[in-house]
Design a protein around this ligand. Structure first.
Ligand code: PEP
Ligand code: MG
Length: 840
């Protein structure tokens, strides 16, 4: 038991955050009523039935006090039992107060106490203990009678017993299962303690202008300076916030009366206290106050609740005003909160009509009419009608539809499935693996697990932040890339010690990457370029070509298109590095799989249908992801890589002519043997020399390897002898290390994680123990082969905290992640660097 004075020994880890904060307010000379703090240990004892000595506890409060008890957990966000006010009210005190402040005020106080005590301490049915409309002798009698009926004893009259029972009930409530689960969900440790503060009541009820209110000085939504809150005459606690009819505004307001007019001096004092809180507590606080015949009392102050946007604004403005260092502002923001700012979100206040839950694969929320094919999505976009593309799973053929849609929903797949990767890349909200949803193609409907049917054209919302699919369109919050956001990230960059690049395939992606200050492109997947416009047809002709010469002729038609793609990308990324990955997917992905598609292809190729079908069949593989793809294709059909290398180098020359400098890097996918690199390098070098001769220009470029097979990691030493850089592709590397299909793992992953087989989905959280060991080994062997080899990670994990920490530890040069994850990665990397500094 500690009386809170400016010098009392008081610590948040012993007495809780509220007790510590009250001491700070007292030190700042604020009019805080007398308060005693009970430590975590004391409250644990009380829960066990070892009660404090009441006389000692009540001594600081003088004769016949009225008291409140509030919870004081270490972190205020961990919650605690409800506060109990007016402890000490009994028949005698009531009779005395009737004389002092009138019957109404005294009866209100007594009624409030009986009601709170009955519900929270005696744990009686709340429905039996409503506050009555009229606070008069009759309703008081009725409530006391109800208490007696329910408990078989009169309402306790001894203030000491009232207090002790209150303390005991609050101490026990903290140990309840629900309370424990709730606080653990907010990050509280299992043994988190509860402190309690016992405070003299500032009544807020009585003769003259008495009341209570709550004030804060910035908006919880935007973080901008704005006085908000309410005051209510003859009220207690936080009542002013819930009673719209009787509460008044704080600052002058056209909508009604305000405290600033009613009690201008009190209001001025509140403003001054807000300023002191901000400067001395180094936080934006919400202050609870009461007014009575003695003037203003400050009862409590808590950190204001805040949206992510407000959190950024508040941290930056505290640092700009010199109240906290910039580094602290950088450390105060949860990196994941940034991704909320980058996208529209469902308004946290909006009600949600849940259809189904899936895996949150690309953050942000968007609503649109249901469409079931990429073609319908494009048609919908052409009509300017927002749509949601719903597919069992997406394939590269759906790319244009995904671009046209506002959001994407798939029934299959996990966080590295095609839909998820593309969704994140282009910033389209996406939910995958919603396996409880059924598509009825014939009836053109989707069927929710509860049987509700939604037809094509019905509006649904995809919340890619939470993984929820909602009926209709709830209210949304817009993205908020304000100057505070930019400033915070600039400060983060000042302390960051690992590069952050973006995975970007298109000029739009590259522009996003630039806007988010990525330091270049770490992975440009080129295959998407072959699905655009009429290129798919040309691509199919190339696949069907019998001879190398025919193939080259068709590829010559693709060359100018590829060159234009790269040129556009290079122009946007000028002054930076762009790492282009050569063609990776199996060829059959470019071929149709259904009858109609085959017929169309036969027509296009002017070939008989059986021949086309036979050729398509011949290209199909049992396990295409481990088949003829990546560098294997580059070795078997070298003309494709030749064309790509030429397009890259010609584009380099073309932008050079415009005075644009770019560092070109060419990356070979799916390597498993050093000889693959040697062969590809020889051809790429030959193309480079040819282009340099033709253009009479010299340009440097780097050639490197994507390490995404376990063998490439094991053989990194000899591979690095032929590679200027090694970029670890953690998607395929995870898939192959675990022997786990990245497209199918979603089916059983949740049961695996639930049963603790894997601690997390390894496609979501980098498996440091296994895949990480392989990467560390590959990095060390790579360095042994070439001491200055550039090391990077470019799989989907790259923007995550675990991966960035790992990469920093192993002194990697950069991580490369989806453009929308770049800000999150910049902040995460900065925080890790700062934490290291603090440790050392
Ligand atoms: C990877 O495998 O980690 C990778 C980045 O490439 P992709 O996802 O295109 O296979
Ligand atoms: Mg890969």
């Amino acid at each position: 038991m500690t009386l809170i004075t400016p010098t009392a020994r008081m610590h948040a880890s012993v007495h809780g955050g509220r007790a510590k904060c009250l001491q700070r307010l007292i030190r700042l000379d604020m009019p805080v009523p007398t308060t005693v703090a009970l430590s975590f240990d004391a409250v644990r004892e009380i829960a066990k039935g070892i009660l404090p000595d009441c006389k000692t506890l009540m001594a600081p409060f003088g004769d016949q006090p009225l008291l409140s008890v509030r919870p004081s957990s270490q972190d205020p966000d961990w919650g605690g039992p409800s506060a109990i006010l007016n402890i000490g009210m009994n028949d005698a005190r009531h009779a005395q107060m009737v004389g002092e402040m009138g019957e109404w005020a005294a009866t209100v106080l007594y009624l409030r106490f009986v009601q709170a005590y009955a519900v929270h301490v005696a744990r009686l049915d709340p429905d039996e203990f409503h506050m009555p409309q009229e606070a008069d002798a009759q309703s008081l009698r009725a409530m006391l009678k109800a208490y007696e009926l329910e408990t078989d004893e009169p309402f306790p009259q001894d203030p000491g017993r009232q207090l002790v029972e209150t303390l005991r009930s609050m101490a026990r409530a903290w140990d309840g299962t629900t309370a424990r689960l709730l606080r653990e969900a907010k990050g509280a440790p299992k043994d988190a303690g509860l402190g309690l503060v016992v405070q003299a009541m500032a009544l807020g009820v009585g003769a003259g202008e008495c009341g209570s209110g709550v004030i804060q000085y910035v908006s919880s939504t935007t973080g901008q300076p704005q006085v908000t809150g309410r005051y209510m005459s003859q009220s207690q606690g936080r009542e002013a916030l819930s009673n719209k009819a009787r509460a008044i505004y704080l600052t002058e307001d056209d909508r009604g009366p305000a405290l600033a007019e009613l009690l201008p001096d009190v209001f001025e004092n509140l403003l001054a206290y807000g300023d002191v809180c901000r400067r001395r507590l180094r936080e934006e606080m919400q202050v609870e106050f009461a007014i009575d015949w003695d003037g203003l009392h400050i009862l409590d102050a808590v950190r204001i609740q805040r949206s992510s946007r407000a959190a950024v604004r508040i941290a930056v403005s505290l640092a700009q005003d010199g109240i906290i260092p910039r580094e602290e502002a950088v450390l105060r923001i949860q990196p994941s909160a940034l991704s909320e700012l980058l996208h529209r979100q469902v308004d946290p206040e909006a009600s949600r009509d849940l259809i189904v839950r899936g895996i949150a694969a690309s953050p942000g929320a968007a609503a649109g009419k249901i469409v079931l094919t990429a073609a319908e999505a494009q048609a919908s976009a052409a009509r300017d009608e927002p749509c949601v593309l719903v597919r069992r799973e997406t394939t590269p053929e759906d790319i244009r539809g995904m671009h046209a849609a506002q959001a994407v929903l798939t029934m299959r797949g996990g966080v590295t499935s095609h839909a998820a990767v593309i969704g994140r890349g282009i910033g389209v909200p996406c939910v995958v693996g919603a396996s409880d949803l059924t598509i009825d193609r014939k009836k053109r409907q989707i069927i929710a697990p509860d049987g509700r049917k939604f037809s094509v054209g019905d509006v649904i919302t995809v919340d890619g932040t939470t993984g929820q699919i909602l009926a209709g369109e709830p209210a949304m919050q817009e993205a908020a890339l304000d100057t505070s956001f930019q400033t915070l990230l600039e400060w983060a960059d000042d302390v960051r010690d690992i590069g952050v690049r973006a995975n970007a395939d298109t000029p739009a992606d590259a522009q996003t990457a630039r806007n988010f200050a990525a330091e270049g492109i770490g992975l440009c997947r080129t295959e998407h370029m072959f699905f655009e416009g009429d290129r798919l047809g040309v691509m199919r002709e190339m696949i069907f070509a019998e001879e190398g010469a025919d193939r080259r002729a068709v590829l010559d038609r693709l060359l100018p298109m590829q060159r234009a793609d790269f040129q556009a990308l290079f122009e946007i990324m000028q002054g930076q590095s762009v790492c282009v990955r050569l063609f990776d997917p199996p060829l059959h992905e470019f071929l149709p799989s259904d009858k109609q598609g085959l017929r169309d292809l036969a027509e296009q190729m002017a070939l008989p249908l059986p021949e086309v079908t036979e050729r398509v069949d011949a290209l199909s593989e049992y396990n295409p992801m481990l088949g003829m793809r990546g560098v294997r294709l580059g070795i078997a059909i070298p003309e494709i890589y030749d064309m790509q290398a030429r397009a890259i180098f010609e584009a380099t020359a073309a932008v050079r002519r415009k005075g644009i400098e770019i560092t070109v890097e060419i990356m070979i996918p799916l390597v498993s043997a050093m000889r693959e690199v040697e062969l590809v390098r020889a051809r790429v070098d030959a193309v480079a020399n040819a282009v340099m001769a033709q253009t009479r220009m010299r340009f440097a470029y780097k050639l490197g390897v994507m390490v995404e097979t376990p063998r490439a990691a094991l053989r990194a030493q000899d591979i690095a002898e032929h590679s200027e850089f090694l970029s670890f592709g953690t998607n395929d590397l995870t898939q192959m290390t675990y022997g786990l299909s990245r497209d199918d793992a979603g089916r059983f992953m949740s049961s695996y994680v639930q049963q603790g087989v894997y601690p997390e989905d390894p496609f979501h959280t980098l498996d440091i123990e296994g895949v990480g060991e392989l990467i560390a080994l590959g990095a060390a062997r790579g360095r042994a082969g070439r001491s200055d080899v550039i090391l990077a990670v470019c799989g989907e994990h790259a923007g995550s905290r675990a991966a960035i920490a790992f990469c920093r530890e192993h002194k990697f040069d950069y991580v490369s992640c989806s453009p929308f994850r770049v800000p999150v990665a910049r902040l995460t990397a900065a925080q890790l660097a700062l934490r290291d500094r603090i440790k050392s």
